[in-house]
Design a protein around this ligand. Structure first.
Ligand code: C6P
Length: 414
């Protein structure tokens, strides 16, 4: 494959023009944005959607009986419906708007966890989890006396599932990422969900790195909770989603108290609204939720299967080309099989921050550090890595630039 690779039915140049930021010069070069795992860029129509709300129908939702407020409420709830269809939820009542993946997971840990877990209960996580899918469970374990257990990884950064059924004994909840933000590993969530349910456990899936990049169907996966962030899928910051099975959400107490989440309030007690309002105390991120709906429309028009295929093609090309960079070590699976487009690497003993700074001087944006996965980096026995991550707007030419800039950095620091 060469840098002029053809992307089946995927007019990448036209698609890139939808993202105004990508035509911006960066350090005298064209910006090559290879940090979408941290946060994606936004297409024009999402930016326009935010502006349209503030210019034409800005008003609080679920409160006013005047026309503007009704229009805002309609758009806000329509966005919830779009998100529900995007992940194939049974009902839009299963979609709770939160700020981000982190808040969604904390909501479950606080609300479901505090009520359901007792001393000695077990929660099964994995070594590859982002701090967002680790720290809330540590806090829950401290509050309840529950115990955390961890699935380990093989040499390629895949989950070791040989003893899963034994490990599931006494487990109340499995909390697992669908795609690692460092290794790129895609975990077999449907299979783990099946085995977790057989053992009487629930499963929460951290979809921060999967929902933006591949078709995710909560019914086909047969999971119980899914958490994801708008800002990683072409939508604004400040809006995220907790999806939960309705029967579970209905049994859960509120996480935050205040306006919007109540039925009747007296001075000493309150009754709570039905789901999802019960979990949406206070004025929500209205414009951002509506713009998330717009981002979902955009992603569906491009096609999630095509986005996945495009990233996979790019990933295969990048793995091949990076193999030619002397002294470079890629962490995670070395093939595109069950692997997404987050590529973390080290370059001999050059510090990852120096690598990232050298790439930045070539107009290439990547992330360096522990990527909020300190236990995973301890497991890999490296303090930090440099990470390039791909999305629907990235090209093979950008991979070529990455490879050339890494060669240059190696010569510079070597
Ligand atoms: N990872 C990265 O650069 P928030 O910050 O709540 O939107 O997402 C948290 C989160 C949870 N799980 C996974 C697998 C993630 O990758 C992230 C965010 C970014 O890798 C920012 S640290």
């Amino acid at each position: 494959m060469t840098s002029s690779m053809t992307l089946d039915q995927f007019d990448i140049l036209a698609l890139r023009r939808e993202f105004p930021i990508l035509s911006q010069p960066m350090n005298g070069k064209t910006l090559a944005f290879l940090d979408s795992a941290a946060s994606s860029q936004k297409p024009r129509r999402v930016i326009d959607c935010l502006e349209d709300y503030y210019r034409r129908y800005n008003a609080n939702v679920h409160r006013g009986v005047y026309r503007l407020s009704e229009e805002a409420t309609f758009a806000f709830e329509r966005a919830r419906g779009k998100v529900a269809r995007f992940i194939n939820a049974r009902s839009q009542r299963e979609v709770v708007f939160v700020r981000n993946t982190t808040e969604a997971i904390n909501l479950v840990a606080r609300s479901w966890g505090d009520v359901n877990l007792r001393e000695g209960d077990r929660i099964l996580l994995s070594v590859m989890e982002h701090h967002s899918n680790l720290v809330p469970w540590q806090m829950l374990a401290q509050r309840t006396g529950a115990k955390l257990e961890f699935l380990s990884l093989d040499g390629e950064g895949r989950l070791v599932l040989d003893h899963l059924d034994a490990q599931l004994q006494g487990v109340r909840l499995v909390a697992l990422t669908q795609q690692s933000n460092v290794l790129g590993t895609i975990n077999p969530v449907a299979e783990i969900a099946r085995r977790a349910h057989a053992a009487g456990a629930l499963i929460l899936v951290d979809g921060a790195q999967s929902v933006p990049h591949m078709p995710v169907d909560v019914q086909a996966l047969d999971i119980d909770f899914l958490a994801f962030s708008g800002h990683k899928m072409c939508a604004p910051t400040g809006i995220g989603v907790l999806w939960g099975r309705r029967a579970l959400l209905e049994q859960m107490p509120p996480f935050l108290g205040g306006g919007s989440m109540i039925k009747v309030v007296s001075l000493h007690e309150s009754s709570y609204a039905d789901v999802p309002a019960r979990f949406e105390a206070g004025t929500p991120a209205i414009a951002e939720a509506i713009a998330l709906g717009e981002a979902v429309d955009f992603l569906q028009e491009v096609g999630m299967a095509r986005i996945y295929a495009h990233e996979r093609e790019l990933l295969g090309y990048a793995i091949d080309r990076l193999a030619g960079v002397e002294g470079l070590t890629i962490y995670g699976p070395q093939t595109t099989e069950m692997r997404g487009g987050a590529l973390s690497f080290t370059l001999e003993d050059v510090h990852p921050h120096d690598v990232a700074a050298a790439l930045d001087s070539e107009g290439i944006a990547v992330r360096a550090g522990h990527h909020c996965t300190q236990p995973l980096h301890a497991h890999l026995n490296v303090p930090a890595t440099t990470r390039a991550s791909f999305y629907l707007y990235n090209t093979a030419e950008e991979v070529d630039r990455l490879v050339a800039a890494l060669d240059k950095a190696r010569n510079l620091f070597g």
